[in-house]
Design a protein around this ligand. Structure first.
Ligand code: AMP
Length: 465
């Protein structure tokens, strides 16, 4: 759960990157950082918090140059502290190098132990740093003099999910997607500049033109002579093919983005259509849990013919509840964030649509809230299948033991959240909504397309005992 951004060949590179990162803020709110290059020198600023808190005119003015990369972070590997804020900046024999990573490597612990045993000293607790150490080694041992050669050697050893943006002291901007293409990464043009971003919504803000997505397993290199493409990364698991994260469509990406070639809004709306067909119920009003449930509720309402109303109002002055690492804030957050519109729900049979149910705490509070605002019946509809397995490829899900659907039936969950009826979208309905195959849906099925690392397997086994 992170966002990456890069721009090459624009005289206001860090200002544009700041805007682009702002449009990716939903992908993480823990830290924000920028690295810009001028005259062979890479300058960095990273800070905890939101993009708008991390930068001001003065800090941006200290990041001159025509090329910049940025990162916003929510931790999935490594603790929440400034030393893990990206883009990282390293000096190695090949010069200086900066890297920003979205995704999660599953064999980082093993590689780290191996590298440390050989004398590497790590500066952070992040999985991303492994890539840089492997690059330095590839350069030293295999004589891969150019940065792309060293990167390819390094990436052949890592497993998992990675969309990367790198910047070198000689102003090469590099974009990479892992061979499975778990996380998005798009290429755009802003006049003569090339832009890379996790999502197309940042192109819309900076008025860049969307060109295409970086393909799974592709490395694109932008320098003064333009963009070149390299396809040198072998499959991570024989036969696993492309496995774009379906949860990007369910929850994570912004609805105005195109990811994996499809409109996120349309995909969510279709999830609502399918859900209405699969799990109809008599009701007076369909209301979304804003913001993430809105497109699916629109779809549910259209398909069922039951009127759509904004029966819950979201405060825009608190972040996403789930995204705060401390449990206490998350619990408090639901009430801070949402409040019911009494006149829309009082005396009504209310159908509430949300995109996912993870621990069940949010839904339980929402049901209670709606009943105390007078709702006669509350029917909960979830526009994704039950979340039964944790993600190890970069979405922040809790451990399996905290996932309510991992150990409870739909009826038990309905009793826990105190709704009248509960239904989830089927896996088939989800796949029909996003258009077929080529997705990772491990959080709903437990089928992990890239073999997990030893520490992830320990966590899974522990939860299953
Ligand atoms: P819970 O209370 O744990 O059941 O959380 C469910 C709510 O969290 C739903 O409203 C989702 O929109 C939201 N959600 C689901 N997955 C995530 C995630 N990985 N990060 C942040 N929020 C999430």
């Amino acid at each position: 759960m992170c966002g990456v951004f890069g721009i090459h060949g624009h005289d206001e590179a860090s200002n544009i990157a700041y805007l682009g990162m702002h449009a990716l803020q939903h992908r993480g709110q823990e830290s924000a950082g920028l690295v810009a290059c001028r005259d062979g020198k890479l300058r960095q600023r990273v800070a905890m918090g939101l993009v708008s808190d991390a930068f001001d005119r003065a800090t941006l003015a200290n990041l001159p140059g025509e090329t910049a990369i940025g990162h916003i972070r929510y931790s999935t590997a490594g603790s929440s502290e400034l030393r893990n804020a990206q883009p990282f900046l390293f000096e190695y024999a090949g010069g200086s190098l900066s890297i920003a990573h979205n995704g999660n490597l599953v064999n980082a612990d093993e590689l780290r132990a191996e590298l440390e045993a050989q004398g590497s000293i790590f500066q952070t607790s992040s999985d991303t740093e492994v890539i840089v150490h492997l690059m330095a080694r590839a350069r030293a041992q295999k004589g891969s003099a150019d940065v792309v050669g060293a990167l390819i050697e390094a990436l052949k050893r890592v497993r998992g999910a990675y969309s990367l943006v790198l910047l070198t002291h000689d102003e090469k901007m590099i974009g990479v997607r892992d061979p499975n293409g778990f996380r998005p990464l798009c290429i755009g043009r802003l006049k003569d500049a090339f832009v890379l971003s996790s999502e197309t919504c940042s192109f819309d803000l900076i008025e860049a033109e969307f060109i295409r997505e970086v393909e799974p397993g592709e490395i694109v290199v932008v320098d003064k002579s333009g963009m070149t493409s390299h396809k040198a990364l072998p499959a991570q698991e024989p036969g696993s093919g492309e496995t774009f994260c379906v949860f990007e469509h369910v929850y994570f990406a912004r609805p105005d983005s195109l990811v994996n070639g499809k409109s996120v809004y349309r995909a969510r709306e279709k999830m609502g259509h399918h859900l209405a067909r699969e799990a109809p119920v008599e009701g007076d009003v369909v209301i979304p849990v804003p913001d993430s449930g809105v497109p699916a509720a629109v779809g549910y309402s259209r398909e069922s013919g039951i009127p759509f109303e904004m029966g819950l109002i979201r405060s825009h002055y608190v972040g996403r509840t789930f995204i705060e690492p401390q449990d206490s804030i998350r619990h408090f957050g639901v009430r801070l964030k949402l409040s019911p519109v009494r006149s829309l729900v009082d005396g009504k049979r209310v159908i509430v649509v949300d995109d996912s149910l993870v621990r069940g705490t949010t839904s339980r509070k929402i049901v209670k809230m709606l009943r105390s605002a007078g709702a006669r019946e509350v029917h909960l509809r979830i526009s994704a299948p039950p979340t039964t397995n944790p993600c190890f490829y970069g979405i922040n899900t809790p451990t399996r033991s905290e996932l309510v659907a991992a150990s409870h039936t739909v009826d038990e969950i309905a009793r826990y959240v105190t709704c009248d009826t509960l239904a989830y979208l089927s896996h088939e309905g989800l796949m029909a909504s996003v258009g077929g195959t080529g997705y990772c849906s491990a959080c709903f099925t437990g089928n992990y397309p890239v073999p997990l690392g030893s520490s992830d397997l320990v966590q899974l086994r522990r939860a299953r005992v």
